[in-house]
Design a protein around this ligand. Structure first.
Ligand SMILES: CC/C=C\C/C=C\C/C=C\CC/C=C/CC(=O)SCCNC(=O)CCNC(=O)[C@H](O)C(C)(C)COP(=O)(O)OP(=O)(O)OC[C@H]1O[C@@H](n2cnc3c(N)ncnc32)[C@H](O)[C@@H]1OP(=O)(O)O
Length: 281
């Protein structure tokens, strides 16, 4: 049964309503004509990825897969920030159990989005540093609005991106550009990102970006979905399998790393320098 049928749509809306306790952090709509879903991240003010938002993204992706989604557009309700990446305030002086769940859910999001059977586009309508860039990279195509930044700036914060994310970056912009970008933790302006292939198209407005995203998704209208998804799995499968194999070990080392006092000190400094306003509240 296709996801676009009215019955499945109603089921999905109910699911989202019931799942969220404080109102959904991800708003999902489906275009009944095209069958394309739009998932809009709406955790104020910058869609920083805390456990609740990551869990909701993960459940949304699971439902889309189950309902044989025909294509996904991932975007943000904010007109300034696509996602600011991991919630740095939740990583500062953290509860180890929560951090463990957070990392494990982040891995799930990558597995489900990078490995989705349906085609995916990120409409990057705001800044997308670190985890924000990760979400965009997990999609197959990226349309970005002008005057924002995108990139994996982990090195600037004092750590390295995990192998699966490095691999995703390499797959998108090639080894040499990935090495330059990751070792310096570069955040690219929209036009620079277009030049190195980190984004595929630039748009002047969100409406134009959505049109471009739909045009990309429509390319697959006449391709048998199982052939498309088998080909995608062949291309992306090794990345996903390697992550699945190392999942628990990676969670353990991430928790050790984040709870270490040295990392906590440098995170405190990063927050102090970059997110001062909030810290002083
Ligand atoms: C730390 C992890 C350790 C180990 C991990 C190891 C591997 C992980 C590898 C890969 C997986 C992917 C994960 C990546 C890690 C991350 O994502 S770390 C997060 C990195 N994020 C950033 O560096 C972004 C920091 N923020 C900014 O640069 C700007 O805020 C931004 C450009 C997004 C927007 O700028 P602007 O519009 O001017 O807004 P403000 O700066 O004024 O911010 C608005 C309010 O939002 C709060 N805020 C911003 N970013 C975050 C955040 N990441 N977490 C929580 N809160 C954030 C900010 O404090 C403001 O709050 P206020 O309005 O003052 O209350």
């Amino acid at each position: 049964m296709a996801f676009r049928t009215a019955r499945n749509l109603a089921y999905f809306s109910n699911y989202i309503r019931n799942y969220s306790t404080n109102g959904p952090l991800v708003n999902v709509t489906v275009n009944e004509k095209s069958g394309f879903a739009t998932a809009t991240l709406q955790r104020p003010s910058v869609n920083s990825l805390n456990l609740e938002l990551l869990t909701e993204i993960s459940h949304t992706l699971q439902q889309l897969e189950k309902n044989k989604c025909r294509g996904l557009i991932l975007t943000s309700a904010s007109n300034k920030v696509f996602s600011a990446g991991l919630d740095l305030f939740e990583l500062h002086k953290p509860n180890a159990d929560k951090i463990k769940q957070m990392w494990s859910t982040l891995q799930e999001v990558w597995i489900k989005l990078y490995g989705s059977s349906y085609p995916t586009v990120a409409v990057v309508n705001g800044h997308a540093p670190a985890g924000g860039c990760m979400l965009a990279l997990s999609c197959e195509y990226r349309v970005m609005l002008n005057n924002f930044i995108i990139g994996l700036n982990e090195a600037q914060i004092g750590f390295s991106a995990p192998m699966w994310l490095i691999d995703g970056m390499r797959n998108t912009i090639g080894s040499r550009q990935a090495e330059f970008a990751l070792t310096a933790g570069t955040l690219f302006k929209t036009e620079e990102a277009l030049k190195i292939g980190l984004v595929d198209e630039v748009a002047q407005s969100k409406e134009e970006a959505i049109e471009k995203a739909e045009k990309f998704l429509n390319k697959f209208a006449k391709i048998p979905p199982h052939a498309r998804s088998m080909t995608k799995a062949a291309l992306r499968g090794a990345n996903i399998q390697a992550l699945v194999r190392n999942k628990d070990e990676e969670v353990r080392s991430y928790v050790d790393f984040v709870t270490d006092s040295q990392f906590q000190d440098s995170l405190g400094e990063f927050i102090e320098l970059n997110l001062k306003q909030k810290l002083s509240k």
